[in-house]
Design a protein around this ligand. Structure first.
Ligand SMILES: Cc1cc2nc3c(=O)[nH]c(=O)nc-3n(C[C@H](O)[C@H](O)[C@H](O)COP(=O)(O)O)c2cc1C
Length: 188
């Protein structure tokens, strides 16, 4: 039997979603699948691969103020017909701070993935999940000062605790991510 092939498209702002895309690709290869990974920020419309040559498509997005990245929004909106008629399996994930909060997880898992896809006309995701994100206030962070400030305010409201300057926490649960990937490979 020939190797199954998957496409992974992602949009990231601070790196968490990108890291998850890389991890899923690595797991795919370890499990005998071919995986191609595309950052939607750098992917011109005429370079988007023909979905029909693949068995599965995964899309990942960063969340900022409840929204996907511009690249993910544009990609899903522009390709909704191709995604709806795709014969393989479709999965979606997000990286978001609220996903790491047990009280918000069930809500954001649906709201940021399935509901947001349906609003843009993409139906029937086969798998979706929400993973925690990066709370990176260090000097090497990809976050600008305004984003750091906004996230600190949100973190204080959510946890009641002030995030320290220079602190770094990775809220991604790698076991959850691996289970998601393996589940996706299984349904292909
Ligand atoms: C300005 C700002 C706004 C954010 N808004 C949300 C939000 O509305 N919901 C949420 O769950 N996480 C929110 N986050 C947390 C991000 O989703 C988290 O940092 C995640 O790592 C983003 O993915 P990325 O690292 O791939 O860009 C926000 C972060 C920042 C800096």
């Amino acid at each position: 039997m020939s190797e199954k092939k998957i496409l992974i498209f992602y949009g990231t702002r601070y790196g968490a979603t990108e890291g998850v895309a890389g991890k899923i690709a690595e797991l795919a290869r370890e499990n005998g699948l071919q995986a191609e990974v595309y950052n939607l920020k750098d992917l011109p419309d005429d370079k988007i691969p023909d979905f029909n040559n693949y068995d599965g498509i995964l899309i990942g997005s960063s969340i900022r103020i409840g929204q996907w990245t511009k690249g993910v929004k544009k990609f899903v909106g522009n390709n909704k017909d191709q995604l709806n008629s795709f014969k393989g399996k479709k999965g979606f994930y997000v990286c978001s701070a609220y996903a790491a909060d047990p009280d918000s997880y069930d809500r954001v898992k649906v709201e940021y993935t399935k509901d947001a896809c349906e609003k843009l006309g993409v139906e029937k995701l086969d798998l979706y999940d929400a993973f925690g994100g990066l709370m990176d206030f260090s000097e090497t962070s990809r976050m600008g000062w305004l984003d750091k400030k906004l996230l600190k305010v949100a973190a204080k409201v959510a946890s009641g605790e002030k995030a320290e300057d220079d602190s770094y926490s990775d809220l991604r649960d790698w076991e959850q991510i691996e289970n998601f990937a393996l589940e996706f490979f299984k349904i292909l």
